[in-house]
Design a protein around this ligand. Structure first.
Ligand code: NAD
Length: 502
């Protein structure tokens, strides 16, 4: 049922006059308010609050019509499933463990917002399909697009991000309904369903962007959905903002072999509807033009920080995002986590990170800090120190995980096992391996230290030849970063060996 229907059928709770602070109604006061019902908000922060403060009442407000879910499968696994399986996975009803690894909890987990105040042992309410449009920090109050106002004790901004748009596409879509109907952006479940429907009607697709979404969806649309795939991006190669040139080139080759024609070093300069061909025509900076039935624009995201203006909050002038300290606090009793925050990383400096692992871990720290209690040693505030990992998996021999500052503008040192493995110590190579189907490790260096590590075709499993409690490779990488490893070539070669590259 919609919130409006819930409100129509439930009697408004009577507020005991003697305890106004303990009464929670939709227009009253909640001890914990989370704005944004994504992974940072739910999977992490709400759970952390409940774990620290077991009787707590948490209200989450989110503008999506779904309970919180994981986004990564939307550009990956879901494209490889049959229709009935996809339908089951996209249903937030029924047995979540059997049907879905998308949703964090089923709808039935959440207490109806109007009933939160009645929950003796507390719980989590989710008010779906609503936007918070203003935040008043002095009065600790938010205003919703419904006109409702809610006061909070502690509040978390977990508003995530939205796809960056390209003005040239927006202008063309405003003029031509045909272009509008054949242009897609990609971020959420609705975007997945819309792209799937549009792709069903299309024979060819142009993907703009050579980043994570661009390469995953170009391969899914071409290999799985059997479309003619064309991909253009402004950089010199696939994932060139992340990977060193040799690995970017290798990834581009793989994508080309999947059947995607790639056009690197191109920006979109014009978009038109070609009525004779019944296709969208995209002009590129080189003068070339491409035509296809559908265009997918995947040129990055920007943080949802619209609330900053009404709240008087500071935004990171470089990367966007609500500026928070290392405890993820923006102002007194106001926190931010996930894609929407620019936090102070005590090891690597100020950052804004867009990984699901970061959403999970930063949300957990923010939730614990919101529920901290100076009088209780078990509920201390903590610093966000986790180095989140992220991954790319295009094929069995093209899969990697990474942690830290993984930015191709930094100097890198790569160590790869070369085929065939000649001997125990003869297999080492630095930036020399030609066949990157083999395992490797890339160290990203800054000011003479290792600041990022990429594990190429090296699964994060416990090392086979070591004891069961040996650290995973990603945890070993986190340890190397925390120890501020010097960028000495011999030491890096020895480290590569520790990662079992050879
Ligand atoms: P991205 O930042 O990874 O890539 C953006 C791409 O767009 C780059 O190739 C860039 O060169 C290109 N680009 C930017 N402006 C352009 C222009 N004007 N013309 C042509 N090309 C242009 O962002 P994304 O791929 O859109 O992904 C969106 C979000 O989803 C990111 O937060 C990403 O981290 C996340 N995501 C992550 C994964 C993963 O970790 N495996 C997978 C999918 C999505």
């Amino acid at each position: 049922r919609t919130v409006a229907e819930q409100q129509a059928t439930l009697p408004a709770p009577a507020a005991p006059a003697d305890s106004p602070g303990s009464v929670v109604t939709m227009s009253d006061r909640v001890p914990y308010l989370i704005i944004g019902s994504g992974f940072a908000g739910m999977a992490a922060a709400a759970r952390a609050i409940r774990a620290s403060d077991p009787l707590s009442k948490v209200l989450m407000i989110g503008d999506e019509p779904y309970p919180p879910y994981l986004r990564p499968p939307l550009s990956k696994e879901l494209w490889r499933r049959k229709d009935d399986r996809v339908k089951a996975m996209l249903s937030p009803l029924g047995d979540m463990r059997r049907n879905s690894w998308l949703f964090v909890e089923p709808d039935s987990f959440f207490i109806e917002p109007r009933r939160l105040h009645l929950a003796d042992t507390g719980g989590v309410s989710l008010w779906k399909g609503r936007r918070v449009i203003a935040l008043d920090i002095a009065d600790k109050r938010v205003t919703l697009d419904s006109g409702d106002r809610i006061e909070y004790g502690k509040c978390l901004l977990a508003t995530g991000g939205r796809p960056r748009t390209l003005p040239v596409f927006d202008a063309a879509a405003a003029q031509s309904p045909e272009v509008a109907a054949r242009t897609a952006y990609f971020r959420n479940i609705d975007d997945f369903q819309s792209l799937r429907n549009k792709a069903n009607q299309a024979k060819s697709v142009i993907v703009i962007g050579g980043g994570f979404l661009g390469c995953e969806l170009a391969v899914s649309l071409t290999e799985v959905a059997k479309k003619t795939g064309l991909e253009c991006f402004k950089e010199s190669g696939t994932l060139a903002h992340v990977l060193p040139p040799h690995l970017s080139e290798h990834t581009s080759k793989f994508i080309a072999q999947s059947g995607v024609a790639q056009y690197p070093g191109e920006r979109v300069t014009s978009v038109d509807w070609d009525s004779a061909a019944g296709q969208v025509k995209v002009g590129l900076s080189s003068g070339r033009s491409l035509s296809a039935d559908l265009c997918l624009v995947a040129v990055g995201i920007e943080a949802n920080t619209q609330l900053a203006e009404s709240a008087g909050l500071e935004i990171d002038p470089g990367d966007g995002g609500f500026l928070v300290n290392a405890e993820l606090e923006a102002r007194a009793d106001l926190y931010a986590a996930g894609d929407a925050c620019s936090y102070y990383d005590v090891l690597l400096g100020r950052r804004r990170v867009e990984h699901v692992n970061h959403a999970e871990e930063s949300g957990a720290v923010a939730g614990r800090n919101m529920a901290s209690d100076p009088a209780d040693p078990g509920r201390k505030r903590s610093t966000y120190q986790h180095q989140s990992s992220f991954w790319c998996n295009l094929a069995n021999t093209l899969a990697w995980d990474a942690v830290g500052l993984v930015d191709s503008r930094l100097e890198t040192q790569s160590f790869f096992a070369m085929p065939p493995p000649a001997s125990d110590d003869g297999a080492a190579g630095s930036d020399t391996a030609e066949d990157y189907q083999y395992p490797g490790v890339v160290f990203y260096l800054k000011a003479g230290r290792v600041v990022g590590i990429l594990l190429w075709n090296l699964p994060d499993e416990i090392f086979q030849d070591k004891k069961a409690f040996a650290p995973s490779r990603l945890n070993l990488a986190r340890k190397v970063l925390a120890e501020r490893q010097l960028a000495d070539p011999a030491a890096l070669q020895a480290l590569a060996r520790e990662f079992d590259v050879y």
